[in-house]
Design a binder for this molecule. Structure first.
Ligand code: ACO
Length: 432
């Protein structure tokens, strides 16, 4: 049987080029353009990488038209209902669901690595009290590279594993320190007898002057949000980690690049932007005015939490969070939250509006996550930090996959040069 090929012809020369077509487990056919420049002196142009696969990956699959998200083949809905974040982290890192013994060993290792070096804690004191927690997270995660640098061999499997465990274990501790610094409270040490989400809540909300009891409902909600946010294939921040890591840089520095990218409002910063938008809208009566602004080409306003590069259908994570939002608010006694009511109404109006229907703009994961974070008592500027904690697992899994990929090379896109044509330098007196 002949191998499928994509044939392109150059109208100028009439020369044809044959590109091999690759196929993954799921998803569309992919033309392999790797030889295009070498053999035909031609590049492809794809701003925003809309039609470009940057790598092969076994980790996560998204079908944006059907609204399907699979971690290592398992549907996100099943994992959200039956699994927990630590088990999902194991699955993403190692490729299979763990046996009980594997899970216990992994869980123990993550709990064991939660503390950060005392000198690293001192770094926070250098930040101004009103620094954004994402700014602190970016800086301090990058600074981990100064503590774990010596003899780091990025291709050594043991070094990779210890990096993965440290990164996943320490990111909640760093995140909690950023929060405590911003509100002027003392840092709280991790408690290794608590599960991942409960320990984070303890580090965020406990104070030395009082006994703090972790609310199991809050911990369960957080754990589920972390499962939903853990990975999302080659999104902007994960691609950033891969690109930074492709140079062979220290892996903690590569993760810090991912944190910086996630911060933007078009990516992980959207959960913060959604809450700000809902507060700005303020009342159901104002919704039509804001829908009109979102549709106006001359207005920069966008409906935050709507639209996605890949999903042209309901984001499956948004469906799970929406259902959870009702339950959590009820169990926390906040079911009449006006922001949630406003969000539901906004969602209905947008979903029935021709503009949003035609452009296939559906609510994404961030439309509801902020409402839950708010109900848990987190300030708006911590929402993206919570996202970063969960996504760290995905970043680490992708960094390991990239580093071990025999096809891996330094990432180096090309460009269409549109600047001045070659010209000669003139002395200042000759320029007018
Ligand atoms: N409100 C109003 N119009 C929108 C929105 C929106 N939220 N999103 C897209 N559009 C319109 C665009 O104006 C554009 O219209 P046009 O074709 O007439 O020019 C069209 O829909 C396509 O939008 P693009 O920006 O080209 O789509 P892209 O795939 O590049 O961007 C993105 C996707 C960034 C998510 C975009 O939908 C957006 O800005 N949404 C709001 C921010 C947000 O919620 N981000 C979180 C994404 S999920 C995550 O990262 C975890």
């Amino acid at each position: 049987m002949s191998e499928q090929k994509l044939v392109l012809s150059d109208p100028a020369t009439g020369k044809q080029c044959e590109l091999p077509v690759r196929k993954g487990t799921h998803g569309p056919a992919v033309a392999d353009i790797g030889s295009l420049y070498r053999e035909h002196a031609m590049f492809t142009y794809d701003p925003g990488f809309v039609s470009t696969a940057s790598c092969r990956s076994d980790i996560t699959y998204i079908d944006g038209n059907q609204g399907i998200l699979l971690y290592r083949g398992y549907p996100i809905e099943q994992l959200a209902e039956k699994s927990n974040f630590i088990e999902v982290a194991y699955l993403l890192l190692y490729g299979e669901l763990p046996t009980q013994t594997q899970l216990d060993t992994f869980n123990h290792s993550i709990r064991y690595h939660t503390m950060i070096h005392e000198s690293l804690r001192d770094f926070f004191r250098g930040f101004h009290y009103d620094a954004h927690p994402m700014a602190m997270l970016t800086g301090v995660v990058g600074s981990l590279s100064a503590f774990y640098n010596a003899a780091q061999d990025t291709r050594n499997k043991d070094d990779q594993e210890i990096f993965a465990h440290r990164m996943i274990a320490k990111i909640p501790t760093i995140a909690a320190c950023a929060y405590k610094h911003s509100i002027g409270q003392p840092f709280v040490y991790p408690r290794n007898d608590l599960d991942y989400a409960s320990n984070l809540l303890h580090m965020l909300f406990a104070v030395p002057a009082e006994t703090y009891e972790v609310d199991p409902v809050a911990a369960q909600a957080l754990d589920m949000l972390f499962i939903l946010h853990a990975d999302h294939e080659q999104n902007a921040s994960t691609s950033t980690v891969r690109l930074a890591g492709s140079s062979g840089t220290n892996p903690y520095a590569a993760i810090s690049a991912g944190v910086a990218c996630l911060w933007g409002p078009a990516h992980g910063g959207a959960n913060e932007a959604v809450l700000n938008m809902l507060e700005q809208i303020g009342d159901v009566k104002q919704i039509p005015q804001y829908i009109a602004k979102a549709k106006d080409k001359n207005d920069a306003f966008r409906l935050m939490g709507f639209g996605h590069r890949v999903y042209k259908n309901y984001d499956p994570r948004a469906t799970v969070i929406r259902g959870m939002c009702h339950k959590i608010l009820q169990r926390l006694g906040k079911e009449n939250d006006p922001l949630f009511e406003l969000a539901l109404e906004l969602e209905q109006i947008a979903l029935n509006d021709e503009y949003f229907k035609e452009k296939k703009l559906y609510p994404n994961v961030d439309f509801y996550s902020g409402i839950i974070y708010k109900a848990l008592g987190l300030p708006t500027n911590m929402f993206t930090v919570m996202f970063a904690i969960a996504r760290t697992v995905g970043w680490v899994a992708h960094w390991i996959e990239m580093t071990n990929d025999p096809e891996q090379r330094i990432g180096r896109p090309r460009q269409i040069y549109t600047g001045a044509a070659q010209r000669d330098y003139l002395d200042p007196a000759q320029r007018d």
